[in-house]
Design a protein around this ligand. Sequence first.
Ligand SMILES: Cc1ncc(COP(=O)(O)O)c(C=O)c1O
Length: 409
Amino acid sequence: MKRRSLLKNSFLLLGLPSKIHRSNFLNIDNSKINWDKVRESFPVISWEKLHLNSGSAGVMPNPVLDYTIEAIRYMNFKAPYEVWGEWQAIKKSNINRIQRMIGAPEQSVEIVRNTTEALNMIISGLQMKENGEVIISNNAYPFAVNAWENKATKEGIQIKKISYQLPDTDDAILNQYKKVISPDTQVIHITHMTHREGHIQPIDRIIEMAHKQNIQVVVDGAHCIGQIPLNLKDSDVDFYASSLHKWLNAPHGTGLLYVKPELVSSLHNHPSSYPGANDKIAKFEHIGTRAFHQEIGIHAALDFHDQIGLIPKMNRLQALKEYWVEQLKEEPKVNVHTNIDPNYSGAVSTLSVEGFSGGQLVKILDRDYDMHIKSVGGLWGSGVRMSVNIFHNYSDLDKFVYAIKEIAA
Ligand SMILES: Cc1ncc(COP(=O)(O)O)c(C=O)c1O
């Protein structure tokens, strides 16, 4: 490509609106959104397999992909750090928009690469007393559990593991934590929307209960941003970690770290950050050279998201989920392990088929039905996690329902 056209394309990135403003498929009223057009914004047609695993990672819609590709070109066209300097205004505006979107105060959010990284920053940064205790449940994400176990080995903290089956009521979940709190408890680690059953846990009530006893709460919100409304300030959240590449349809390798502003200095400084930056959320920015273009692509993902709006998106995901669950929940040998009430789950839900492990179902769905899905195992046994997304239509779900019925028959 000639230098001039490269530059021309790349002007898009200098703070000008992304191409998404030109799309016309959306409206603020859910009923007026043309979901077929939304679907067309994704590269669905070229997929060989039906993608039922957005819980692991979402996909970028074409406008976000185009914008991000343009950003890659631009970053490679000049000295990358010159470009990163030019992009600071976009980065700042992304953070401000995200802060507004999740009800977070200023200076509380930093963009990182994923939930895992944000959790590592929080868990390794927490200054706990020797023998100080963290409570964590069987519903926590395994790599988050690893982070706590490694901290225990290094720093001599205690891990109290509890176990409870989901779905369950808010009262019952709250009680699981309440009854095991001890004078040594310093931290509760909880997953907001769980990775197996997609259960939305009552973080507000857990935080309120914990704070009364001077206990801090680390929330793994990997699945929540872009999927359910959040107000981290009202919920009095201490620490929150999320991925933007799951439900915000942002470029892969983008995530978010939230620290309540008054707690920033209580976390150990990030190893590569300036000692004098310890009280600033920006201390977590010093992670070296990275795929800056991915981070800048968040701008386009936010535009795309805003064009739909969170509530219409949530309603659509709910309708898609209900559609397949309603058809399978009475099916002999099929068990749904998710409470599909929108107060208790979003797009992620789980089922098992008697006589088949989750791994077997994954293989059969892949081999015989061209579907990509993830296996999960809970206290209830082994099954598959089904993620609906805004690029699905009802005919996709008919195929899924048909496949499960055939397997179960
Ligand atoms: C609850 C939960 N936490 C954390 C993660 C890790 O997310 P990432 O790979 O984006 O760091 C996942 C991934 O599926 C998850 O389900």
